[in-house]
Structures are given as structure tokens and as C-alpha cells.
Design a protein around this ligand. Structure first.
Ligand SMILES: [Zn+2]
Length: 285
């Protein structure tokens, strides 16, 4: 597969989920071999969208170069990964990527309308060769090689919502081609009884029923209900796709996780890069 960038710059305006600050971002076409990177235009600082720039994972994935941060990058990176865009400059004039409707579909729809350009270079992919795992006290995730009948990235997630919601699992076989319809519309979510705690942590200042599903007594408070019956699990897949793109490559392999979140996926990427025996980087064909 060829490298892909945007046809033209695209602007998005909105507020950040956690900081509530109003931010404008502009996705710009970028040359071959640029990768995905943020440009904090208010500070003149470049922040590559790479796992070694992650500085925190509490309720969102946050990157930094020196002291300059860009927060809540996961949904935008998920959209870029889902659309196979591997060269893109993201101009951002404040600290947090806008949450928009809480999913990645606003990014996806506008990018698709604007159109994509193939570049004269083959895209590199990262293929998992040896299983790697990261576990913590509440959950785990592992990356393993695809079995012979599988292609692309395959994701299996199991969740336990500790009585706050029905436990669910989800299996997405070969994300390629499935992303736009099955994943991109799934919104972020929270539990009603945790809202006060999150506010006390100075989080979700921009959160509302316009950009998040809020679950109370195992049901959504949003008046139009859910977009998919298992929207929460699909959003977890959306987050995994976004966080995995911080590896710097599309991944070929199987991701299997229980109670995953940003902390687990970012630590799994760190495990992956501990040994070159774990993966092979080659051209997509
Ligand atoms: Zn999310």
C-alpha cells in the first residue's frame, strides 16, 4: 500500500473534553516520511505522535515535547489510523484536541469529503512476530502474531464494568475496511456515579451529553440512546486503534485485552519495542 496524506488542509474547532478549552486544529498534508506529528502553533513546538512522547494516560492519552503538552490525542489518531493516513501535520493552537461528538466520525467524515492523496512511496507496517503481554492489577493486553487465516489487525476485548453496566466482549476481525462503519461512530463514555470524582480531579470540564455517553443504572442518560448496541465496547476498540498508532506504524497481528485502557495499551507498546525479536517492519503488500 502506498503512503497516504490529505489532499488539502482541514480545520476543526471545538472544546477539549478534560480542559474545556476552545481549540482549533488544522490537519495538513505532509511529505513522505514525515509521519504523524503535532505542531503546537501557540508555542512553536513539534510533538511527534509516538509512544515515547506519552507523558500521562489518566482518562486520555497525552503527549509532550519538553514541557509542552498535547492532550487527548487518541480519537484523532484513531481516525488517521483507520483511514491509513501515515503522513500528516496537525496544527493545534491550544493544549487539547477537540472532543467534537466524542467519537472519531467527525474527523473521518470531513477527511473523506476532503479526499486523500497517495504518495510515491510504499507504506511500512509492523508485523508482530513474538507474543508480548502487559498486565497490571486490574487487566491486561497482549499482541500476538496472526494465525494463517487472519489478515490485518484483529482485536478481541473483554470488559468488566464492575456492576455499572452489562459486561461485554467484542471481536473485530481485520479492522481494515471495518473501521468507518463499525468503529468510528462509537462515542466515549462515563458512569454517572464517577462524574463528581472526575470533576474533583480537574477532569471532564468540557464533558456533556453532546460529547459522551453517560451511563446511570446500566442505561444511557443520552436521550437518543446508543448508536450501536455495544457502543461502549466499540469505543474501547476505537481507543485501542488510536493508542496503537503511537507505535508509528499500522500493526499486523492480534490484540487481545481485558479491561484495557490507555495505560495498558501504551505499556504494551513499550513491551513490544523492548526487543527487535518481537516484530518485523516491512513494506505493505
Ligand atoms: Zn476514547
Amino acid at each position: 500500500m502506498k503512503s497516504i496524506t490529505l489532499n488539502n488542509p482541514i480545520k476543526f474547532d471545538g472544546i477539549g473534553l478534560h480542559t474545556g478549552v476552545k481549540t482549533q486544529i488544522t490537519l495538513k498534508p505532509a511529505p513522505i516520511n514525515s509521519g504523524i506529528f503535532f505542531n503546537r502553533v501557540d508555542k512553536s513546538v513539534i510533538i511527534p505522535a509516538k509512544w515515547d512522547r506519552v507523558i500521562s494516560t489518566k482518562f486520555s492519552t497525552n503527549l509532550a515535547s519538553n514541557e509542552t503538552e498535547v492532550k487527548t490525542v487518541e480519537h484523532l489518531l484513531s481516525a488517521l489510523s483507520g483511514l491509513h493516513i501515515n503522513n500528516c501535520e496537525i496544527l493545534i493552537d491550544n493544549v487539547e484536541v477537540p472532543i467534537l461528538d466524542g467519537s472519531s466520525s467527525v474527523f473521518v467524515d470531513k477527511i473523506m469529503k476532503n479526499g486523500l492523496t497517495e504518495q510515491d512511496s510504499e507504506q511500512k507496517i509492523l508485523e508482530i512476530i513474538k507474543p508480548v503481554k502487559f498486565s497490571c492489577d486490574y487487566g491486561f493486553a497482549e499482541l500476538s502474531p496472526n494465525s494463517s487465516e487472519d489478515e490485518g489487525l484483529n482485536i478481541n476485548l473483554e470488559s468488566s464494568f464492575d456492576g455499572k453496566y452489562e459486561d461485554q466482549d467484542i471481536e473485530i476481525r481485520n479492522l481494515n475496511g471495518n473501521y468507518i462503519d463499525s468503529i468510528s461512530k462509537a462515542r466515549t463514555f462515563g458512569f454517572f456515579q464517577e462524574i463528581e470524582y472526575l470533576k474533583s480531579q480537574n477532569l471532564i470540564k468540557g464533558g456533556s451529553l453532546d460529547n459522551a455517553i453517560v451511563i446511570k443504572d446500566k442505561k444511557p442518560l443520552n436521550k437518543d440512546g446508543l448508536r450501536y448496541e455495544n457502543e461502549l465496547m466499540r469505543h474501547k476498540v476505537l481507543d485501542v486503534v488510536g493508542d496503537l498508532y503511537l507505535s508509528g506504524f499500522p500493526i499486523i497481528g492480534k490484540y487481545n485485552g481485558f479491561k484495557t485502557g490507555h495505560f495498558i495499551t501504551i505499556n504494551l507498546i513499550k513491551e513490544l519495542f523492548k526487543s527487535k525479536d518481537n516484530y518485523k517492519i516491512h513494506k505493505f503488500n
